[in-house]
Design a protein around this ligand. Structure first.
Ligand SMILES: NC(=O)C1=CN([C@@H]2O[C@H](COP(=O)(O)OP(=O)(O)OC[C@H]3O[C@@H](n4cnc5c(N)ncnc54)[C@H](OP(=O)(O)O)[C@@H]3O)[C@@H](O)[C@H]2O)C=CC1
Ligand SMILES: O=C(O)[C@H](O)COP(=O)(O)O
Length: 496
């Protein structure tokens, strides 16, 4: 069911339409993709399974719309984005409700995601006006052998059609973090939402529709990534891909053509705890960082590396906080809610069983009902266990006891991932040295990893990504530099 009158045109019967050429449309495939509610494990929504012909048409109209959009004054682009942000925030409740049903996001966090997304769009509009409103002026006589006969003017121009593919865990926020920078920079956008989260994304797209963007500029095609993903990412009409997700991103980067790629992939964010750390602060951050949204955040704390001398105290403090976490339905705003799919729950269980077989200490009893997995801290994890290296994307957190900071740094750097990490210590000098040594895109000192606030640069090293996100970096990434050189007949020196 569509939530409320404002969204009635985006659904036909019980199947949500896709958005192309400024209209909500039914796919000619006659097929739909079911969206399973992680809590009930029953089909909750249905979306169109778009065809390759429909993708071709979308990219064609997207190209035409982009040419006109690039000629739209920057202040007008910003004005429309501000309007979309306001409409999005106005409709936060029905959109948040979709997040609860599709991805089992706790009710309050779901509202926060939508509000944060509106703020991101507004900030992007403001930042874009400044970043794109400025270029460079260079003179030739700064390079040896030249007189001042050339003036070079540079500006930032759009790339064309940007393909945006966000993951299930932030289907609205990680969609607008691609859509808003693309649009302010004069690009058009084709969104392929994650299957789980597609309906929330379609509602969000409708807010942009209501804001009055030109037709064809924004499109949203639905379907399973495994079915239309390759066709989209290898499409010759696509000029840039901004992707957030798992290993799929590595495969995409090998198949995509010679176009700019922004890839935000998985992580195994390490939390290093030194002997002098504030253990209450560390424990609070480990629980928040490791278990919020049931560990389904790329920036979740995914391995704790604690000095053996303080490990017992830390584990005790973490356990007493884990005991207070509520477990249940997202509608009831529980801390721990069902993980997104049954296959995800099975994968997490596989990691837990491997750790059990290899002798990890279970701080809580392992408990699972359907997709719901109770929070679990695994102590005395060793490097031969899969959980020491793999990303569970669930409420299970390994603790490895270390005897030196170097051992912690070594474990962190031996990972194929390099998204974020954190270190807890009262010694700022040690914190800086460890931060510099950690091969990750960001290190947080005395706090858990986090992508937000959304204007901070956000990037992964190694298998965690290509390029950098954050509002300003995304705007820059979705543009190219264009130079115009004025050649003078004779050298000219100002006031000379
Ligand atoms: N670094 C970061 O910023 C973040 C990283 N992540 C990572 O994402 C993963 C979990 O998210 P999840 O959604 O399961 O990730 P996936 O990689 O499975 O999916 C991400 C997106 O890619 C789509 N997709 C799937 N196959 C293809 C394909 N062949 N071509 C193009 N697109 C495709 C999916 O669509 P469909 O749903 O239809 O399959 C979805 O929209 C974790 O590893 C996590 O660490 C998550 C959030 C942030
Ligand atoms: O997908 C994710 O996990 C997000 O990028 C995390 O965002 P946050 O750290 O701001 O919650």
């Amino acid at each position: 069911m569509a939530a409320g009158e404002a969204f009635s045109e985006i659904i036909d019967g019980d199947v949500y339409k896709y958005y192309a050429d400024g209209r909500w449309q039914k796919s000619a495939s006659g097929k739909f993709v079911p969206i399973i509610n992680p809590t009930t494990r029953k089909t909750h929504f249905k979306v169109q399974a778009c065809t390759q012909e429909e993708v071709n048409k979308v990219i064609e109209t997207s190209k035409v719309a982009q040419k006109l959009w690039a000629k739209t004054p920057l202040w007008k682009r910003a004005e429309l984005l501000h309007k979309a942000a306001a409409i999005l925030k106005q409709h936060r409740d029905p959109i948040a409700d979709c997040l609860v049903k599709e991805i089992a996001k706790p009710a309050k966090d779901a509202v926060t995601e939508v509000v944060r997304s509106g703020d991101l769009v507004s900030y992007c509009a403001e930042e874009g006006v400044r970043v794109l409103g400025e270029g460079k002026f260079l003179v030739s006589d700064s390079f040896p052998g030249n007189e001042r006969t050339k003036y070079c003017l540079t500006s930032k121009i759009p790339l064309g059609v940007v393909l945006a593919i966000p993951p299930f865990n932030y289907p609205v926020n990680l969609a607008v973090s691609k859509i808003a920078p693309a649009l302010i920079a004069g690009n058009s956008i084709v969104l392929k939402p994650p299957t789980q989260g597609a309906v929330a994304a379609l509602h969000m797209v409708h807010c942009f529709h209501l804001a009055g963007f030109p037709k064809g500029l924004i499109s949203c095609v639905t379907g399973k990534g495994s079915e239309i993903g390759d066709f989209l990412t290898m499409h010759p009409g696509v000029n840039c891909i901004s992707f957030t997700g798992g290993d799929t991103g590595i495969a995409i980067s090998k198949k995509a053509g010679m176009i700019p790629l922004q890839m935000e992939l998985g992580g195994k964010d390490a939390c290093i705890i030194l002997e002098d750390a504030d253990l209450d602060l560390a424990a609070a951050n480990i629980v928040k960082g490791g278990f919020s949204y049931s560990g389904q955040r790329c920036t979740a704390v995914k391995v704790v590396l604690v000095m053996a001398s303080v490990a017992d105290t830390l584990v005790e403090k973490v356990n007493s906080k884990v005991a207070k976490l509520t477990v249940g339905r997202p509608e009831d705003d529980c801390d721990i809610t069902p993980v997104v799919t049954e296959s995800s729950a099975n994968f997490i269980e596989g990691l837990v069983m491997d750790a059990k077989q290899k002798g990890a200490t279970f701080c809580q009893e392992y408990k699972r009902e359907g997709n719901l997995i109770w929070p679990l801290l695994l102590d005395n994890v060793r490097p031969n266990m899969r959980i020491a290296w793999e990303e569970p994307f669930g409420p299970v957190l390994p603790v490895i006891r270390i005897n030196s900071a170097d051992e912690g740094i070594h474990h962190c750097n031996a990972s194929d991932f390099g998204l974020q990490g954190c270190v807890f210590t009262r010694d700022i000098n040690k914190a800086i040295l460890i931060s510099d040594a950690m091969e990750t895109g960001t290190v947080q000192i005395n706090s858990a990893p986090a992508r937000g606030p959304d204007h901070f640069p956000f990037q992964g090293l190694k298998d965690s990504g290509i390029g950098s996100q954050g509002i300003t970096n995304s705007i820059n990434m979705m543009t190219k530099i264009k130079s115009t050189v004025i050649n003078l007949p004779a050298p000219s020196y100002t006031m000379g």
